[in-house]
Design a protein around this ligand. Structure first.
Ligand SMILES: Cc1ncc(COP(=O)(O)O)c(C=O)c1O
Length: 403
């Protein structure tokens, strides 16, 4: 086989569909979020980032940076091994305690990313519980899908955020079999929120475990940033809460929180936990500082919600179509991959605004969009500049306006 020709042909087909991914080469500027230097053609220039998942700007918060500097100076760079062989640092232990407390659980367990925490936890639970059936929301994240697939357990996909369909599917399963209901709280592309209480009621009625991915909610919702489960007083009803340290906590890593026995079980059986070197101490120290800050301060959450409201109102005023939802995610709908990429390119080239186009397979074909994530640090002037730029492009391209 001519391998190189194969690779090139496959890449060409992505380009033809307009969904070949081009990474924006950014240099983040500490203390100046949401500004960054863009290294494109020509000299580097300053742009405003409108699609970051550093939702609250904690990746540049002075407490976080200070904690990371101190941890590097005190502990050095890497962790030095897997958790079992020399790589458990005191910061990991403190961070796991903090996460357990954040979610009102007995224990927590760190992973090197949110992806890994989903993949390893779901694959371990579903493969080790004898005869387990997994009920998984139709729009669950790739890391959940891959973990469930890897387990080879039987799986039933229920309609997105649909309690009736979940109930119907659960009713078809032998009551004696272990069951795991897996869903997210805030869905990252549409910004809609799961009916968590209803899912818990149904799972209880059928004796099923509940697994919630709160990656796009931790830090952002609940009085201490414990996510939708905290906001709705449901933390104790969820068997396992999964989250990331890489979005609103501004650093990197993933985790689960649950009972002591559940976390110990995954710690002891999950290959993706056991056989991977642990997070550098400085990352754990930074995440710890971010979580502690956001537990005590709601100012960032409130300001973010304010910014989201202002942006939505301004988009409505000029008729730029965006999906209504109850979260901090503002999806501006384009509906065509090539056009979505062209709009993103123009925002960057003409207006110094960076919003990555979101295409298939991240979202279904025909629902391509600009996924905008206002942060507490976007000013009124930033919002006006973005809305003005979108208005100009919408007029030029002749895209449909919302009523
Ligand atoms: C719903 C969801 N779960 C898990 C992840 C993975 O988290 P991480 O980026 O920490 O690997 C993501 C995306 O990043 C996500 O959107």
């Amino acid at each position: 086989m001519d391998y190189e020709t194969f690779f090139r042909k496959e890449l060409d087909s992505l380009r033809k569909e307009g969904r070949y991914r081009v990474f924006a080469d950014l240099e983040r500027l500490a203390g100046r979020f949401p500004r960054a230097l863009y290294h494109g053609e020509g000299a580097p220039r300053e742009v405003t980032v409108w699609c970051s998942n550093d939702y609250l700007g904690m990746g540049q918060h002075p407490d976080v940076l200070k904690a990371m500097h101190e941890a590097i100076d005190g502990n050095g760079a890497g962790a030095g091994g897997t958790r079992n062989i020399g790589g458990t640092n005191h910061y990991h232990v403190l961070l796991e305690r903090e996460l357990a407390d954040l979610h009102g659980k007995e224990a927590a367990l760190l992973f090197n990313s949110g992806y890994m925490s989903n993949w390893a936890s779901l694959s371990t639970l579903a493969s080790r519980l004898p005869g387990c059936v997994v009920l998984t929301d139709a729009l669950n994240h790739a890391s959940m899908i891959e973990g469930i697939r890897h387990s080879r357990a039987e799986k039933l996909i229920f309609a997105h955020n649909d309690p009736d369909d979940l109930r119907r599917k659960l009713a078809t399963i032998d009551p004696a079999r272990p069951k795991l209901v897996a869903f997210e709280s805030v869905y990252s592309m549409d910004g809609d929120i799961a009916p968590v209480a209803e899912f818990c009621d149904i799972a209880d009625a059928f004796g099923a475990m509940t697994y919630i991915d709160e990656v796009h909610a931790v830090g952002l919702y609940g009085p201490r940033g414990g996510g939708i489960s905290e906001r709705e007083g449901l933390s104790d009803r969820l068997t396992l809460i999964e989250g990331t340290l890489a979005k609103s906590f501004g650093v990197m890593g993933g985790y689960i929180a649950g009972s002591a026995a559940l976390c110990d079980f995954i710690r002891s059986y999950a290959s993706g936990f056991i056989f991977s070197s642990s997070l550098p101490p400085a990352l754990a120290a930074g995440a710890l500082a971010a979580i502690r800050h956001l537990k005590a301060s709601s100012a960032e959450r409130e300001r973010q919600q304010d910014r989201v409201g202002v942006l939505r109102a301004r988009l409505d005023a000029v008729g730029i179509p965006h999906l209504p939802n109850p979260s901090h995610i503002v999806p501006v709908m384009v509906g065509d991959a090539v056009q979505c990429k062209a709009i993103s390119d123009e925002l960057l080239a003409r207006f110094d605004i960076y919003v990555q186009p979101i295409n298939y397979p991240t979202v279904p074909r025909g629902t391509e969009r600009l996924r905008i994530t206002p942060s507490p640090l976007h000013s009124d002037a930033d919002i006006e500049h973005l809305v003005g730029a979108l208005t100009a492009i919408w007029a030029k391209v002749g895209l449909k306006r919302a009523a």
